[in-house]
Design a protein around this ligand. Structure first.
Ligand code: PML
Ligand code: MG
Length: 257
């Protein structure tokens, strides 16, 4: 028996039935918890899934699992926010940041096009950073990054020095981006939300950090999702296993840098 067991809590919500029966993806969420926090975090994820801007979920699944693993702490990527109000200017900025991170221009363009066309992508697309070939075979399901969360006191410390970025949305996105960038096989990530009322996205990489870009789509559009650009020749199954299964705390052991 572990003395202080860790739990993974995962939520997914859809409208029109479960995702695997054709339901439209509404929302998802990931938390890690100590035993005493599980009930509270389950309630938080339920709240997130209901009254969502993408629609009214009629299928909500919450899974709670005890984790048998050792704990790994990874500090959050440094954050910067770019300027720019027009979508085409912001997309060009995203393209340049991807190229600076080591992605080929052709693959970066393909990645941007994928997100522009995706309205119902549940997880991420894994793309070869040179050729732009999609490497996962998951179609609309994509690859869902799981089993990561902020260490609570590390997040408190972080918010003190990033006051405007205290939202749940940024908290979750930065945790995910940090886990993804921590893999040596990731060159960069491109993301913008599929929520019609949220237009800020980001490019993240180990090299450049988490670079927020204010207008990656027009308000009211439900397109969006995530693309992970990866080193050619990697073992895709091993990479997916890391993203889905390896538990990672974001922050610092002891709660401070
Ligand atoms: C999402 O909500 O699904 C992704 C949000 C990405 C941007 C968050 C931010 O830094 O503002
Ligand atoms: Mg969302």
């Amino acid at each position: 028996m572990l003395e202080n067991p860790l739990y993974s809590i995962r939520m997914r919500a859809a409208e029109g039935g479960p995702h695997e029966q054709g339901g439209r993806h509404i929302s998802g969420g990931e938390r890690l918890a100590r035993e005493s926090e599980v009930q509270l975090l389950v309630a938080e994820l339920l709240t997130k899934s209901m009254g969502h801007s993408r629609g009214n979920a009629d299928f909500i699944q919450v899974v709670v699992e005890k984790m048998p693993y050792a704990e790994v702490y990874v500090p959050p990527l440094p954050v910067a926010t770019e300027g720019g109000h027009q979508v085409d200017v912001c997309r060009a900025k995203a393209l340049n940041l991807l190229v600076e991170s080591g992605v080929s221009r052709a693959a970066a363009e393909l990645g941007l096009n994928e997100l522009q066309q995706s309205e119902d992508l549940r997880g991420a697309i894994i793309m070869d950073a040179v050729t732009g070939t999609r490497l996962d075979k998951r179609e609309q399901k994509g690859v869902r990054v799981s089993r990561m969360d902020w260490d609570a006191s590390s997040h408190e410390e972080w918010v003190k020095i990033h006051v405007p970025l205290g939202s749940l949305r940024v908290r979750e996105a930065l945790a995910l981006a940090t886990k993804v960038a921590y893999s040596p096989y990731t060159l960069a990530e491109l993301c913008w939300s599929d929520d019609p009322d949220y237009v800020t996205g980001y490019v993240a990489s180990d090299k450049l950090g988490y670079r927020r870009i204010p207008h990656l789509k027009k308000l009211g559009e439900s397109t969006g999702g995530r693309v992970f650009f990866v080193q050619p020749g990697l073992d895709v199954d091993e990479y997916i296993h890391y993203l889905e299964k390896t538990p990672i705390w974001i922050g610092w052991e002891g709660g401070r840098p």
